[in-house]
Design a protein around this ligand. Sequence first.
Ligand SMILES: [Zn+2]
Length: 420
Amino acid sequence: MTFRSSRWLLAPVVAGVVAAAGLSLANPITDADAGAAKGKARNVIFINGDGMSAAQREAARLYLAGLDGQLTMDKLPYSGQLTTSPHDPKTPITDSAAAATAWATGEKTYNGAISVDVDGNPLPTLGAQAKAAGKSTGLVTTAQVTDASPAAFFANTADRGAQDEIARQYLDVTRPDVILGGGEDWWLPAGNGGAYPDKPAEDPSEASKGTKGDLIAKAKAKGYRYVSTAAQLQAAKGGKLLGLFGNEELFQQRAEGQGDVYAPPASLATMTEKALSTLSTNKKGFFLLVEEEGIDEFAHDNNGTRMLQALGELEKAVAVARNFAATHPDTLVVVTGDHECGGLTVEDTATSDESGDGISAEDGPFPIKGSSQTFNLDWTTSGHTGADVPVTAYGPLAEQFTGKHPNTHVHDVLSQILTR
Ligand SMILES: [Zn+2]
């Protein structure tokens, strides 16, 4: 703890020395923006491209912006790297739960842990601390709203699979003001199909399975407005908001051509816009977690086509956040990933595949925007890897993300805004 505290206190000093030496840590294209964004820190928009590391970002840049193009997420003026290893007796490679716990609590823990330490003891979370400091809080995701990444900011459980218990804690303990995403099945008991009926054709295994009663009814009783369609979401104004737009994830994660679908009823950008307009009425500020889950889950299936689609949706949500910050200079915007997924490399398409079949197969070719050239994606695993993740940031305290840090550094920076 002492080590981490002293490290982030030192960071601005180091940055100052480098600046005095005439070196620039910032992206030259957006230096002017960085200067304009020096407001008093009040709000945090933290954006997780689940499973997104450097190769995923580069594939998205080529596909969406072209050879000389730049993504909005890459234009954020300060950048660094985060290591992601957990404290897990079985593996040095993290899952989303341990990674998000590192962000939300500053503590390394085992895979599957939702903001509990290696012994299972609950840890203070930034979501709860921001609420205690008088801020509004929210989460927006294309996963279940109770999936590991959002859960670690707003719940404590020894097992990430206890998603009905996580939903219960949202209502009884941490009370995020905005909850938008999927996972309706965890809010309703078996037999109560809800707005997204059990056993849909696209995935007959999906069915309501909550063990904590009708949590949607409970949410309404606690003052949440409940919506389940894009039209209802658009019409919702003010107050606490619960939107569930699918049984589980807001997509079907499968290999290419095997029933893979990415078509959320409400897009990540739309949900992010609604969350920002709702949360930003609080004079004390807000914390918003935004997550695109499809990057990770389609990478697990080595499905480059859908992964690129999900990256495009993340990019649109980043643009929403960046535009908000342009007129709210008291807002820190951070974009990163929780870990790499797929062991992905970006390759040319001219050579034969040197790495094999199955999960080592090449995927593509994919077009490069504004060019006649193409690229291939080459996968080496259907799981996560230990590759560093890039982090980019804009706004107050953004400069603290320069350099290479453990992923707990996210907590150390965000807590400076969210716990006071
Ligand atoms: Zn994953």
